[in-house]
Design a protein around this ligand. Sequence first.
Ligand code: FAD
Length: 382
Amino acid sequence: MAKVAVIGGGPAGLLAAREICRRELNVHVFEEDSEIGLPERCGGLLSLKGLSMISAPKPMKYVLNLIRGAIFHSPSGYEFKLDAKRWVAAVISRKRFDRMLSEEVEEMGGEISCGVRVRDVRRIGNNFDLNLGEKRFSADWIIDAEGMSSHLMKKILGKSPDKRRWIPIVQLTIEEHGLDPEFVHLYFKEYLPDFFAYLIPLNEEIGRLGVATKLKGLEPRMRKFISEEFPRIKVLKKISYVIYVGRPTWTELNERFIPVGDAAGHVKATTGGGVVMGGLISINMASALSELELGNDPNSYVREARRIYRELKQIFHLRRFIENVPIRLYDKIFKLAEDTSIGDDLRRLGDMDFQATSLKRIIYSPKMIVKLISSVLGNFLK
Ligand SMILES: Cc1cc2nc3c(=O)[nH]c(=O)nc-3n(C[C@H](O)[C@H](O)[C@H](O)COP(=O)(O)OP(=O)(O)OC[C@H]3O[C@@H](n4cnc5c(N)ncnc54)[C@H](O)[C@@H]3O)c2cc1C
């Protein structure tokens, strides 16, 4: 029976492993950290629809809070509120979520080795030789879910996500944010031109506050943001990492080395969020290789993975467009969203994950085009 090695025990690797186990193929996950789910480097904001699409483990003991919308803050303090008037997202504990996924994998017969770093991989014909330090491992397929490092992908496929599009981020767990815990808050600031700052509430008091930028001086910029918006908070915990805001990559099944998740840049470039969309590609590519091994047609799964990949590519183009909009115009843009009732349409038709598709659906209606033109004339040409 074919052997699949999964490199990395984050959500992308574990979701792939679960699909392979479901088809009773041999799968072994290698995770260099000593425990699944730690260290926890995530805001943990996932759409409820996305959680259902990736068949998230049940019961959902990892859900810490439920969210019904977002409040966007312009640099001058203008607020645009998007209230779905129903729960649309959850804030989760990645530690518990990843652990429950790993338990599902093990219950279905998958093997997981923690504290084992895959140091190197060599392709030998249709096989792979994995160097685990003291031991070696031979595999017919590799799911490369190594996250941001992507060094094995670079070695085997000669490509990787765009290194220039990883942005350093600091995320603090803070106390006494004093905001409505049913909404996430996004802050656009002149001194954070390449991303936004956010507050993801866990409850009335505790939240996750993130600040990201590629510019020099991330820490002083974070302090400035805190002094402006949250002067009274207490910091409980701090993590520093990176998020990807670039173009996704695509690898054909016949390579037998399939990068997924952050390793492949399968992330929404507008927000850096990768658990759901990266997870969906991972699930479909793992299903495809498993079906191929079982002698079945893998194409419906490859097509679905490609559909998600195309969506991520469009979200990347959306980000490139947003990057060219001067932050000083945000007041007018938020006002435009209110005037044209884009806010209402986003509430009805918006999708946190399929952002490009839902925006196209809203903007390309003839009624909206007329409203947009008249509002642009009224607001921007004054
Ligand atoms: C501050 C922050 C906030 C975020 N907030 C959100 C959010 O709110 N919502 C959202 O959807 N996404 C969010 N993200 C992004 C999300 O965390 C990633 O998209 C997601 O974790 C990617 O999953 P993955 O499995 O591809 O990679 P990872 O979760 O990074 O897992 C990769 C794993 O591979 C292991 N590994 C790497 N190399 C090797 C090797 N050679 N051998 C063995 N093991 C190896 C690593 O130890 C790691 O455990 C956030 C990211 C950050 C940094």
